[in-house]
Design a protein around this ligand. Sequence first.
Ligand code: DLL
Length: 435
Amino acid sequence: MLDLGPGRKSLDAIETASRDEIEALQLQRLKWSLNHAHSNVPYYRQAFAAASVHPDDVKSLEDIRRFPFTQKSVLRDNYPFGMFAAPREKVVRLHASSGTTGKPTVVGYTARDLETWSGLMARSMRACGTQAGDVVHLAYGYGLFTGGLGFHYGAEKLGCTVVPVSGGMTPRQVTLIEDFQATTIGSTPSYMLSILDEYIAQGRDPRKSPLKVGIFGGEPWSNAMRAEIEQAFDMHALDCYGLSEVIGPGIAIECVETKDGLHLWEDHFLAEIIDPETGEVLPDGQIGELVLTSLTKEALPIIRYRTRDLTRLLPGTARSMRRIEKLLGRSDDMIILRGVNLFPSQIEEQLFSQPNLAPHFQIELTQEGRMDVMTLWVEATVPSTDDKRAALGSSLQKRIKQMLGISVIARVGQPGDVPRSEGKAIRTMDRRPKH
Ligand code: DLL
């Protein structure tokens, strides 16, 4: 793999600033953000009053703990523009998350917010080793999803040649990567696996592709999947985290020189980790739910937003800003199977230890009598007999029992049997009766 270490780039001064400098900036911005939310969003004014707090009470960063959390339902309840702190005419862009139930969550950006966001995305992509002049192939969905346009503006700001392909039409993705000689690709990690399949289907050697850097996010993925993608394409695969309610992609990113967790852009976001049950703030290093407060956003300031994402805060390394550990998953995605807590990403990791199984999978949960049953739908890498597939299945079952302590049924299909993702993969189908 190409050495894309820090020698290639010059960092923003804040990326190597001292903790004191970062925290002083955070405090100054926190006061502004709380005041901005309080003065312009009736919901925050009422919620702060109900908690008997006022932005003027803030003297230190810890004082954020006195403010109430914001849940996703608040955005739904104030649909579409009730949480905006800027007049609608100043909002130059809207995005929305699809949401599985009811109304979508709408988020807005002023012109300055877009500047901030593209700046953070440019900084993020540079951390991954992408630089001005690179051809950036964007296979994230364009549209209301923040992935496509978020990366697009960042890559342009960095001075790259952007290819805004969006997701889908996978054969064409491969053609364009090759014809335009893309050096960076952005997509969900599961879609990158579909692109890998397509390379093989077309009889092309992915290791000979022009790609050097892949920036993947939008869904959980394991280090085992990273190893698979890096090995298959002879490229660096980096993790990018974000969520629309807080800005979109560009909240935290791995850097190519260390790949040791995701640096949080703390000059724009204040992070806390809480116990999801009690709401108590946990010390750095402990796993819990990530809570984020925006420090600079104009159109949609967001205060103590409960992301539902589980991770922990770690000290800075290649940047002085703290890192979050690669995400375990969302608390909503956690499967409780006969009392054992489990995330799809843990299943994914085990799948990669089986050389004759493809990396695509789905989990089906059913109930037999009073017992929960987990069936894992996977597939063989090459067409195989029933006996061979049954043997592959039992070997995967044994491995999962050994490593995760749970009994599952592994059903191994033929290549192509597991539905492919073009964006965020649907990993779990819960068919258990709802109580
Ligand atoms: O997925 C923003 C994004 C786009 C991030 C492209 C990175 C790349 P939403 O659609 O609002 O926004 O979904 C946000 O996706 O709360 C996490 O549960 C999950 N997620 C996003 N990035 C990661 C990641 C975008 N790197 C939700 N690892 C978040 C694990 C992720 N989960």
